[in-house]
Write a protein that binds this ligand. Structure first.
Ligand code: SAM
Length: 285
């Protein structure tokens, strides 16, 4: 299933050879579950849409399977940020095969400043699970909109992917769904079994494709929306009239101003309702 031994169209060695040559035994602390099947990395690159004319930001290229597919798919430039120094020589060999098209950044993606990227920018990554949600929340919550990226095509544990795309009433619906669906469209592009990775993780994975909307679906201040979703989903089984007490001593006027039912629970309130609550909270000053 991993297929890491097949000849590659780019003339570079199969990924199993790259891993052996550079001593890239996977490290759990760095969330290293590699994809060695270049057909699979090509499918992920295709799920990102038309890459020609885009800068692609890749977090955690590792031995470079997805990086190679992004370049082969026609990305104008790939900027790849990798924390593990062992991977850098392997990535430099890819850069030599694609002159001028790969920029390798050795560092932590949490410290990366995207200002130097040239729009349009697409983010594509088989993310390290330990920082994946944090990066997604950052990318979804800049103060202004549209963000630096046009689309995000990201691998998550299946359970996290479900929390991004869930609608009201679903068990997985929560803060992540509201944040994602307020200013973007989100869908699961493909699902992968543990055997797609080396070493196989314990759980299934899924690639989520998010496209930034030109403007938020409903008006709201990002900070106020963060506060209302945190309060409401912090106690998701409680009715709004009770869960929102962590925000204001008497939440009933707030809930009425938002046109919501005070006995409703967070998990049934649509994105539009949370935006109405955020506007009502902002109006309190
Ligand atoms: N893209 C490769 C693939 O698909 O086979 C590797 C994916 S692996 C799940 C995650 C990669 O992210 C690893 O190469 C790991 O070293 C790197 N990584 C982990 N934490 C990182 C961080 N904070 N910043 C940048 N890269 C990181």
């Amino acid at each position: 299933m991993t297929g890491g031994g097949q000849p590659a169209a780019d003339g570079l060695p199969p990924l199993r050879e790259v891993i052996a040559a550079h001593g890239l035994s996977p490290r759990k602390a760095l969330g290293q579950n590699f994809i060695l099947d270049l057909n699979l990395t090509a499918r992920i690159a295709r799920a990102a849409g038309d890459l020609a004319g885009s800068d692609v930001l890749e977090v955690g290229p590792g031995p470079g399977g997805l990086t190679r597919s992004l370049l082969a798919a026609g990305a104008r430039r790939v900027v790849a940020i990798e924390k593990d120094p062992r991977c850098i020589p392997a990535l430099e060999a890819i850069g030599a095969a694609w002159p001028g098209r790969l920029t390798i950044v050795h560092g932590d993606a949490l410290d990366f400043d995207p200002d130097g990227l040239v729009p349009p920018v697409r983010v594509v990554a088989n993310l390290p699970y330990n920082v994946g949600t944090e990066l997604l929340v950052r990318w979804l919550t800049p103060p202004g909109w549209p963000p630096f990226w046009q689309s995000l095509t990201l691998m998550f544990q299946r359970e996290v992917a479900d929390r991004i795309v869930a609608g009201p009433g679903a068990a997985a619906y929560g803060r992540l769904a509201v944040l994602a669906q307020w200013r973007a469209t989100a869908r699961i592009a493909l699902t992968l079994p543990p055997a797609a990775f080396v070493p196989p993780p314990k759980v299934h994975s899924a690639v989520v494709h998010l496209t930034a909307l030109p403007a938020p679906r409903f008006p709201a201040d990002a900070g106020a929306l963060a506060r209302v979703t945190q309060a409401a989903f912090g106690q998701r089984r409680k009715m709004l009239r009770s869960s929102l007490r962590s925000l204001v001593p008497d939440p009933l006027p707030l809930i009425a101003a938002a046109g919501l039912d005070p006995t409703a629970r967070a998990e049934t309130v649509p994105v539009e309702g949370f935006c109405a609550l955020a506007r009502a909270l902002s109006a309190l000053g």
